[in-house]
Design a binder for this molecule. Structure first.
Ligand SMILES: Cc1cc2nc3c(=O)[nH]c(=O)nc-3n(C[C@H](O)[C@H](O)[C@H](O)COP(=O)(O)OP(=O)(O)OC[C@H]3O[C@@H](n4cnc5c(N)ncnc54)[C@H](O)[C@@H]3O)c2cc1C
Length: 398
């Protein structure tokens, strides 16, 4: 029975999670005249200021630009035509442009979110941020239409009924638990990333992925005066106990080499420890529910694939939803999982490979250390090896 105190509404697709996956899906469906309501527990300001991904594959940029979601990426983003692999005290450039004729773009996830949010808001999109008590009901549609209930930011209890519900609710997804016949695959790693935002000029024009006896480090850029850097640490590390001096020491040690390279230092303005793991759930569909992005899979950040996979899922999912809702194609929803997971497993492998090639294992022996350097030397000295890395990093063609 309907509670008279709950405001009932109807849409075609209710999207749980208004991060990059949820917002881009809402945008793509809007282009096909399919109404959506996006529901998110966090508020817009929090999402717009939480630093996460920074690298967009070539086709992610194309999708954002061609769909009209962001033109700013081409103006404010930075095209990178390669990365440096640094090990055994020296740097080796992987030249994407030369190897695969592609590039990637440095454009922070915060900016992707800001663009998607502005585009949806400008188009009159129905976005509900800062909600509480989210619950999803009857995804099998046994009692009628599935529904999402929640309390909105003004404290009003609401129920949104929809033809379909999409769980785009990130790595701690509650929607994925609504798939009863789910299989889940995990891999834990015995290390984490210590991530910092620093006020300093860029130390290099492109990203540096460094492997050293002390562990991994990644040097990336944000603006002319703020940079993002990471170094490998134990998952139990407390970021607040690290002084600026200790952080710079950890980073400089991992980057040091006979070429005299040093990082340009400055105050550390943000620090966090980021544990990570590999995870995949299948299927990504059950009844009237579909999953997208981190809700269905996460990757270690080393391959810069998480945000790109979320956008790639949504591009495919929008097509399948259009077939189901506009062409009454009853098989379209079931076909989504296989298409999405084909790319996900390639990205899982690439992220795992980059992670294990560059990080120091907890029990690494002298043999392991030397074998790892041998692997990196094989990649940089072989056009085939370098091409494999360049293809994976810039993104496999769709
Ligand atoms: C430090 C770091 C660095 C990274 N670097 C990269 C990189 O370089 N390249 C890359 O491609 N990826 C990277 N990633 C991964 C990337 O950030 C994620 O893969 C991406 O955010 C996934 O998008 P999403 O929309 O699926 O999930 P999210 O961005 O997590 O969005 C999910 C949304 O759902 C909301 N939500 C959660 N639960 C509920 C609920 N019950 N009800 C309603 N709403 C809910 C959340 O508030 C959130 O806004 C990185 C991640 C981290 C943490």
């Amino acid at each position: 029975m309907t509670d008279p105190l709950v405001r009932s509404e109807r849409t075609r697709v209710a999207i749980v999670g208004g991060g990059p996956a949820g917002l881009l899906l809402s945008h793509l469906l809007h282009l096909s005249d399919i109404d959506t309501v996006v529901i998110d527990t966090r508020d817009v300001a929090t999402i717009a200021t939480t630093h996460r991904a920074g690298i967009l594959e070539r086709d992610s940029v194309r999708l954002l630009v061609d769909s009209g979601a962001s033109s700013r990426v081409l103006v404010d983003g930075h095209e990178h035509q390669g990365i440096d692999l640094r090990f055994a005290g020296g740097s080796h450039r992987i030249d994407f442009a030369d190897l695969v004729g592609a590039s990637c773009w440095l454009y922070p996830q915060t900016e992707v979110f800001i663009d998607l949010h502005a585009t949806r808001t400008g188009d009159g999109g129905d976005l509900r941020y800062g909600v509480t008590d989210v619950a999803v009901h009857d995804v099998e549609g046994r009692l009628g239409l599935p529904a999402v209930t929640f309390t909105d930011a003004e404290g009003v209890a609401r129920r949104v009924e929809a033809d379909l519900v999409v769980g785009a609710d990130g790595s701690r997804s509650m929607c994925r638990a609504l798939v009863p016949d789910r299989q889940q695959f995990f891999r834990e790693y015995p290390f984490a990333w210590f991530g910092v935002l620093v006020e300093a000029p860029p130390s290099a024009p492109e990203l540096i992925y460094a492997r050293s006896a002390e562990g991994f480090a990644l040097i990336s850029q944000r603006t002319e005066s703020v940079q993002r850097m990471y170094f490998q640490c134990d998952p139990g590390e407390d970021a607040s106990t690290y002084s600026d001096d200790r952080i710079w020491h950890e980073l400089q040690t991992r980057l040091a080499g006979s070429d005299g390279f040093t990082l340009k230092e400055g105050p550390v303005i943000e620090r966090t420890v980021l544990p990570f793991r590999s995870f995949v759930q299948t299927p990504m569909h059950h009844g009237r529910l579909l999953l997208a992005g981190d809700a269905a899979h996460t990757v270690p950040p080393t391959g810069a694939k998480g945000l790109n996979l979320a956008l790639a899922d949504v591009r495919v999912l929008a097509e399948h939803i259009e077939l189901a809702l506009l062409k009454d194609d009853d098989d379209a929803l079931a076909a989504y999982t296989d298409r999405a997971l084909a790319r996900v497993w390639k990205a899982q492998h690439f992220s795992y490979w980059m992670t294990t090639m560059l990080h120091r294992g907890a029990e690494a022996s002298e043999f392991d250390e030397r074998r790892q350097v041998g692997e990196l030397a094989s990649i940089v000295s072989s056009r085939a090896g370098s091409t494999y890395l360049a293809e994976g990093y810039t993104g496999w063609p769709r």
